[in-house]
Design a protein around this ligand. Sequence first.
Ligand SMILES: CC(C)(COP(=O)(O)OP(=O)(O)OC[C@H]1O[C@@H](n2cnc3c(N)ncnc32)[C@H](O)[C@@H]1OP(=O)(O)O)[C@@H](O)C(=O)NCCC(=O)NCCS
Length: 391
Amino acid sequence: MWLGKSAVVGVGLSKFGKREDASLRELAAEAVYESFQDARDIEPGDVEAVIVASSQPERLVVQSHVAPLICEYLGVKPSKGAFRVESACSSGGVALRMADIMIRSGEASKVLVVGVEKMTEAPRSEVMTTLSIVGDKDWESIHGITAPAGFALAAQRHMLEYGTKEEHLGLVAVKNHANAELNPKAMFRRRITLNEYKDSPPIAKPLKLLDCSPICDGASCVILTDAEDARKYNDTPVVVKSITQTTIGNSSTTVDDLTTWKPLVEAASRAYSLAGISPKQVDVAEVHDCFTIAEIIEYEDLGFCGKGYGGRFVEEGQSAIGGEVAVNTSGGLKAKGHPIGATGIAQVVEITLQLRGEAGKRQVSGADIGLTHNLGGFAVNHVVGIYGRMT
Ligand SMILES: CC(C)(COP(=O)(O)OP(=O)(O)OC[C@H]1O[C@@H](n2cnc3c(N)ncnc32)[C@H](O)[C@@H]1OP(=O)(O)O)[C@@H](O)C(=O)NCCC(=O)NCCS
């Protein structure tokens, strides 16, 4: 049994946004082809296993069994199989974790991990129902709770307990839109001002339109190999130091503290310990800002700042490029976009570019250690990954 490490040798991302020009399989292919151009001496036919993260293609594009479907379109016949992972918004993070486990266990040495979601094709009412049934249909969704409403409760509580202000939420959105302007693949490549944020329409108090991640289409891809072979396929591979996951249940009743996400604290603590690093060593992080309040809580629960200081952390510019830890340099879910299944893998695409020094105008100088955090459901399911440059 091989219990070494896996490494990223190729990454690809489709353009995110309303992609009327591409079907689900075409979006996936866009990201996959880019990842094979990024790697060297490896072809789609060489991969042994394919894992596809896609949250609800049955409802969004009326198609199931999407992993074999995408393999057929790519002309790939993986000898160790193809399968789909569904874990709501954390589908991508879980798919990467499965791929890492397959490689470290010796089951496969080359795994293709693809994330894809096409959310803009179905009628909007169908999309909203699809998103809301991630919650407990019988006990919660049926009463009308949606993702914005759930995260609004966390925002209200954080404001009450820690004095977090509307401006703090707004500064997360302003930062992430500014980063997205520098990312050619982002959905919203435009800066916003704090006043524009304040004037945006209310969604679920205190959250406004510009606190929310959008409904969007997109795909992402990562080629993982065992770290010992990685230099054959890329001059600058990125090592997976650890990927952990913690789940506490599904309904919001399992979250006993709206402002400290205990499963995140637990997943992060294990990820740091397995990687042998402390939060202060993280140079760049892609975290799950499905709503701006989530990014503020995540600064705290990932240990970037103390509990209750998340608002001040963004206000002081500590999460901006050039700050203590650059967070969501891609534009994050807020401004790059959040095609559900693609998100967790897209986070690793950005971290890989950053650690290789290839992030262009949004490059974090001297980035050595990167972190990803992918969340599913009402903050009930968390995946944390730590990545480093191969020395
Ligand atoms: C916030 C939300 C309700 C807005 O939906 P909507 O009111 O139907 O908005 P529309 O799609 O009709 O877009 C209206 C305008 O707002 C813009 N817009 C939509 N969502 C936006 C967002 N999140 N940020 C910035 N602008 C946004 C659109 O581009 C459009 O602009 P235009 O008029 O200049 O073309 C919807 O994006 C949403 O539900 N987001 C959360 C998704 C979610 O829950 N994901 C899972 C997270 S756990």
